[in-house]
Design a protein around this ligand. Sequence first.
Ligand SMILES: [Zn+2]
Length: 134
Amino acid sequence: MGVWDAIKVALGFGGAAGGEGGDRNAMYLYVRCTRCKDVVRVRVNLANEPAQEFAEGGDTVIGYTLNKTIVDSKCFRPIPLTIRFDGRRREQGREIEGGEFVTREEYEATVAARTRGGGAGSGESGSGGSETSP
Ligand SMILES: [Zn+2]
């Protein structure tokens, strides 16, 4: 589905130069907490953060698993996530509890809306959400 492609593009997969940080082993994850709707950006170093997985009874690396727990800055609830890669570090799937993966665009839009504090005229008004943050 297209969402995953968008996420991969946002994370710098597919050979496009990301521009963030500049090192090619860095992957950025954008996560939204399902409880407080806060968004978090996390940098992952693909060179050393994912744990190797070996074939049964051998030492052939068949894949990598990244386990990470993200804590947002609003409700501080831990959001554990798992991403699996094959032996060539290509993503095979991802799981998350208590949050959802969003694209960089969604992350930036949320941060921008929060920073502005008003959301004047951007089309989304009267959603009923009470903003109590300063
Ligand atoms: Zn939260």
